[in-house]
Design a protein around this ligand. Structure first.
Ligand code: F6P
Length: 359
């Protein structure tokens, strides 16, 4: 059994719906065991910056407020990346922060990048950690679902429902650019949910001519509108990354492939007028769906139970119908989970007549 009396919780990386549901469930489960919970502000910054930035959390913070029902992070989050050469210094500051606060363990709610960076800090500083996966990109390794993904799919499906009505009225092709970084999970699942005709994902090469053929077929069938979903990480036909800006450590941020498609397709084919919607950060909002709330509740309860049983250095997850936990080293070694060629979602899209690349 563990000696845990006091834990910290932080949310790291891009926010999403369901973070507050996780925080509130962690507080409830830990408080029932008589532990104190400290919420760390703004990702790891609350422990690496000086003065430390945190607050003591109690059930009261969440029980008579709407926080668990809304998106965003009560604690704040950061999506800035960390340069490799500053990791040793950051680990040291993180470890000192944990010591100063007297924390026995830290619950980290994050995606693949955060699991990698923060588990490294924890390993270097000898801090006990349990990870809970969250991200709209759904690319955290080993778990089939991360908190926030289902809500983001719902936001995209709602957008596609709205776009379909105006596409129909104006006989247009409407292109929806969705997030997802280098992974096409959000794009393909949103395309299925929103009945798109064409879906482009970063993992599968495509041909502009094949998209044109698909649009011609739609026109020949008598339908006068169509919907395209494109993932932000899709490159141009010749493999160049389209990028709008840079993050705080100088990495390119995806964005703009929708406009590229609209322009290049319009030059090749004048059968439809085209318009683009870039959904952007709306995908990180929305009240968490029932699925995400349940995932948040079970992940949080499992994380606290694991700590109570002396299991640390793990990430909880959900795979093949089971809630499991995986060693963080294994999670980190897997990198980012991209769509596999035999993904049932790609297969289904293809079998249902969606153009999803190649040919
Ligand atoms: O990882 C989540 C995510 O929303 C990605 O889908 C997107 O590429 C990125 O974060 C955007 O980051 P930022 O909010 O820093 O612009």
């Amino acid at each position: 059994m563990s000696e845990i009396k006091k834990i910290g919780i932080l949310t790291s990386g891009g926010d999403c719906a369901g973070l507050n549901a996780v925080i509130s469930s962690v507080v409830k489960a830990a408080t029932r065991r008589g532990w104190e919970v400290y919420g760390i502000h703004d990702g790891t910054d609350g422990l690496t910056e000086r003065p430390l930035s945190y607050e003591k959390l109690t059930i009261k913070n969440f029980s008579d407020t709407p926080w668990p029902r809304i998106s965003g992070s009560y604690l704040g989050s950061l999506n800035k990346g960390v340069k490799m050469d500053s990791q040793a210094e950051m680990s040291h500051r993180f470890g000192e922060g944990v010591k100063e606060l007297g924390l026995d363990a830290v619950v980290v709610v994050g995606g693949d990048g955060s699991m990698n960076i923060v588990s490294n800090y924890c390993k270097n500083a000898g801090v006990k950690m349990v990870g809970i996966p969250k991200t709209i990109d759904n690319d955290t390794p080993l778990t089939q679902y991360s908190v926030g993904f289902n809500t983001a799919c719902q936001v995209c499906a709602d957008a596609l429902d709205s776009m379909e009505t105006t596409a129909r009225s104006h006989h247009r092709v409407l292109i929806l650019e969705v997030m997802g970084r280098d992974a096409g999970h959000l794009a393909v699942q949103s395309a299925l949910a929103g009945y798109a005709d064409i879906c482009l994902v970063p993992e599968i090469p495509y041909k502009l001519d094949s998209i044109v053929h698909k649009l011609e077929d739609i026109k020949k069938s008598g339908r006068r509108h169509a919907i395209i979903v494109v993932s932000e990480g899709v490159k141009t036909e010749t493999g160049e990354q389209i990028s709008g800006s840079q993050n705080l450590i100088g990495e390119k941020i995806n964005g703009g492939i929708g406009e590229y498609l609209s322009q290049t397709l319009s030059e090749k084919y004048q059968g439809f007028q085209m318009r683009v919607t870039r959904l952007g950060h709306v995908q990180r909002s929305g009240n968490p769906t029932a699925f995400d709330r349940i995932l948040a509740s079970v992940f949080a309860a499992k994380a606290i139970d694991s700590l109570a049983n002396g299991q640390t250095g793990i990430m909880v997850g959900f795979s093949n119908g089971k809630f499991e936990s995986y060693p963080l080293e294994q999670v980190v070694a897997c990198g980012t989970t991209l769509l596999s060629k035999d993904s049932p979602y790609i297969r289904a899209a293809h079998d249902l007549g969606v153009y999803i690349g190649e040919l």
